[in-house]
Write a protein that binds this ligand. Structure first.
Ligand code: PLP
Length: 379
């Protein structure tokens, strides 16, 4: 039996999303830009997907730009604004590399976070001057699970420079937060289907009414000239179906998963010494999404721990999935003030809607043994 604890990297597809996808690949597979019936039918499905998704997100159907995933949507947001308006990009130090790297490549500015992993609002305010055209802060961090106060951040930006566009990477949020409410004040929003039961390789940038972006894929006039290329209709409808189902299940699932996560963290903390939980003091996890157990073990290298866990069919990760395997320590932990020796022993166990008590028990039973084994070998 596999104990899957890497849901923040990707999730299993929901059956409903898979079912919605198949007819678009086998029957209604027309190109949605075409003129004939099969094309028009496919285009209608794309419209349905936009309508469904817009209800979950709280935007207009026309605000949705379908992309090839979260990375593309993040790049489109940052580069799409700077290309069009000039000016500087600003982002927080804990952004996913899909935001951080474009901002750095454009010579942008980076806002620090507090030790609890929340963006430092004063420092952010000091960076948002009249030169800034786009500010990007994520809804929830992919490593620590720390939730950012998106409404407050939007207010800070509006006060300092009302012309600056606020982009929010909400890739990690949909399963755990009501985006409609939490991200209501963001001008641009990134989504990625495979984080909430949709397929990989499809996502969206929400460009709220009145905002303009320069396309980064130039070709056809699809997506109202904001992203050239034939749309992934099957992916788009599967994403929309997964989003609707996730939205309906969220309240119940957040409670269920938070209980399992708390049991997991507390089970580990009570059995292993010299371990810290990222961004948490006095056991208060109220500023974190329900799914993340993120720990740093002193005297342990993540790779060794992941190797041992995998031998017991426990699938975890060290940092973000893109960075794991790389020897460098997590930029998120560094930004939160953790030392390199703490960060190299980090472990992220990310739960999902399907995680069970048996999965949690498997980790609680074996992880202390694995940590002891590695520490013993290092002595
Ligand atoms: N942004 C965040 C916060 C993520 O966690 C990820 C993926 O892990 C991405 C962006 C990139 O999304 P995608 O895998 O769809 O390119």
């Amino acid at each position: 039996m596999v104990h899957y604890f890497d849901n923040a990297a990707t999730t299993a597809m929901k059956q409903s999303a898979l079912d919605a996808m198949i007819p678009l690949l086998t029957q209604t597979y027309g190109n949605p830009s075409g003129a004939h019936k099969m094309a028009r039918d496919a285009n209608r499905v794309l419209d349905d997907a936009r309508e469904m998704l817009s209800n979950v997100i709280g935007c207009k159907p026309g605000d949705i730009v379908f992309t090839g995933g979260g990375t593309e949507a993040d790049n489109l947001a940052i580069k799409g604004i700077v290309d069009l308006q000039g000016g500087l990009a600003v982002c927080s130090a804990i952004e996913h590399h899909a935001v951080l790297h474009p901002v750095e490549a454009l010579g942008g500015k980076i806002a620090p976070v507090t030790p609890s992993g929340v963006v430092d609002l004063e420092a952010l305010a000091s960076l948002v001057d009249e030169e800034v055209s786009v500010v990007s802060v994520m809804a929830a961090n992919n490593e620590s699970g720390v939730i950012q106060p998106i409404g407050q951040i939007a207010d800070v930006i509006a006060q300092k420079n009302p012309a600056a566009v606020f982009h929010c990477d909400a890739v990690q949020a949909l399963c755990w937060l009501d985006i409609k409410e939490h991200c209501a004040k963001a001008d641009l929003l990134t989504l990625s289907a495979h984080k909430f039961g949709g397929p990989k390789g499809v996502g969206a940038l929400i460009v709220r009414d009145g905002h303009k972006i320069a396309p980064q894929l130039i070709g056809g006039s699809q997506e109202r000239e904001r992203r050239g290329g034939t749309q992934n209709v099957a992916g788009a409808i599967a994403m929309a179906v997964a989003a609707v189902e996730t939205d309906a299940q969220r309240n119940e699932k957040v409670k269920q998963v938070a209980r399992l996560r708390d049991r997991l963290v507390e089970g580990i903390l009570s059995r292993v010494d010299n371990v810290v939980e990222s961004g948490v003091t006095d056991g208060d996890r109220s500023h974190k999404t329900a799914n993340i157990c993120h720990l740093c073990f002193e005297g342990v290298e993540s790779e060794a721990l992941l190797f041992l866990l995998e031998r017991k069919n426990i699938m975890g990760s060290a940092a973000s999935s893109c960075a794991s395997g790389a020897a460098e320590a997590s930029h998120v932990l560094a930004a939160m003030g953790y030392s390199k020796s703490q960060a190299v022993g980090s472990l992220r166990l990310s739960l999902g809607y399907e995680t069970t008590d048996a999965d949690v028990d498997a980790v609680i039973d074996y992880l202390p043994i694995a940590v002891q084994q590695i520490r013993g070998a290092n002595r």
